[in-house]
Write a protein that binds this ligand. Structure first.
Ligand code: PLP
Length: 358
């Protein structure tokens, strides 16, 4: 039997140690005799676990006390509306970069709450690059971008600086948080659904600078108000304890392998192996401009005509799973998040070579 490698874009691969810890915790959490799923979120064991998870987030990303770390529900998708609802008055404008499907969804939601200025868009070229020319509005309250475009496979390598000194960056980092070094101080808010790089679906990490809050005059529903979750330490209502524990174990694993800098080196090596093979192999092509290629989601297509399903089943037989491209792009997409071992990338590269020589 081949070892199975899951290249899914999300929910995505988790490290084996995380899965093992989850299976143990679901029967008997740390020798308590009861399952973590059955435990009160007010119990000492759970409070301790959640607080330790926050500390891991803070330590790994060197987050200062100006910021709060929150574990929320509703996915990254709920953040699309929570952000403008909490931060943008009706008569204010926010800058948004349109670099793919998720950016687009964020823009649509923001339009319900204030004015949106789309500073750039790569839509006309099927989102195959990150635009370099940005038309920022000088009065903009914040600048929102999607740091890694999961579907199209582009990634911001350098983040823009808002022109207005009072403005700040907001980033949807669902598919690349904890994959590379990050200077948190450039951002007012960062959010990420856990199910790409740090855990299962059900919990969304939000890192927010406290001083950006309290500036809108609309009424914000209690559950949608960041202040509620800050004051109640992410325990205003029952948090998704199992999902948070999976994040805890994933970050603990990341910590033990040497933290983000070490991970970033590994991620770069993995991605370069794959892109090099895409370039070398006569059968395949990357549809993405070289300088903007994602290190997390690697789309590729047949250079000439080829049978997508034939290559997918060739890979499937070798245990290389979920390589089908997103329906809006076609071809193939290998998501190689933190938890994808380098051997998984090696196995895919080998499959591409072998397929070429059939
Ligand atoms: C997957 C994804 C989302 C959607 O996340 P949900 O948790 O399903 O709401 C948003 N943004 C990006 C960049 C994603 O990859």
């Amino acid at each position: 039997m081949n070892k199975i490698y899951n290249f899914s874009a999300g929910p995505a691969v988790l490290n084996q140690s995380v899965l093992k810890a989850m299976s143990e915790a679901s029967i008997d959490y740390l020798g308590s005799g009861i399952s973590l799923m059955e435990m009160s979120h007010r119990s000492e064991l759970v409070m301790e676990m959640v607080s330790q998870t926050k500390i891991l987030v803070r330590d790994l990303l060197s987050i200062s006390n100006e910021y709060e770390v929150l574990f929320l529900q509703g996915g990254a998708s709920l953040q699309f509306s929570m952000i403008p609802m909490n931060l943008l008055n009706e008569n204010q404008v926010a800058d948004y970069a349109d670099t793919g499907a998720w950016s687009n969804k964020a823009i649509k939601e923001a339009e319900n709450f204030g004015e949106v200025n789309v500073i750039c868009s790569s839509k006309d070229s099927t989102y195959n690059h990150i635009p370099k020319e940005l038309k920022q509005n000088l009065d903009s309250t914040y600048l929102h971008l999607t740091s890694n475009n999961t579907i199209y496979g582009t990634q911001w390598k350098n983040f823009p600086i808002p022109l207005n000194n009072d403005s700040y960056l907001i980033a949807d980092m669902s598919s690349d948080i904890f994959s590379r070094s990050l200077d948190i101080s450039k951002f007012g808010l960062i959010y990420a659904g856990a199910q790409k790089n740090i855990g299962p679906a059900g919990v969304t990490l939000v890192i927010i600078r406290k001083d950006i809050l309290g500036k809108v005059n609309r009424i914000i529903p209690t559950m949608m108000n960041y202040q509620t979750h800050i004051e109640k330490d992410s325990m205003f209502n029952t948090p998704p304890v199992m999902a948070i524990y999976a994040v805890n174990r994933s970050l603990n694993w990341l910590d033990t392998i040497g933290g983000i800098e070490k991970m970033a080196d590994i991620n770069l090596r993995k991605a370069m192996k794959l892109y090099d093979e895409i370039e070398r192999n006569s059968l395949f092509n990357s549809p993405i401009e070289e300088s903007d290629r994602s290190l997390m989601n690697v789309p590729f297509i047949f250079s000439n005509k080829g049978n997508d399903n034939d290559f997918l089943s060739f890979c499937d037989k070798r245990g290389l799973k979920t390589l089908k491209g997103h329906r809006s792009v076609g071809g193939f997409r290998a998501s190689i998040y933190n938890a994808m071992p380098e051997e998984g990338v090696d196995a895919l590269v080998q499959a591409m070579k072998d397929y070429e020589s059939i």
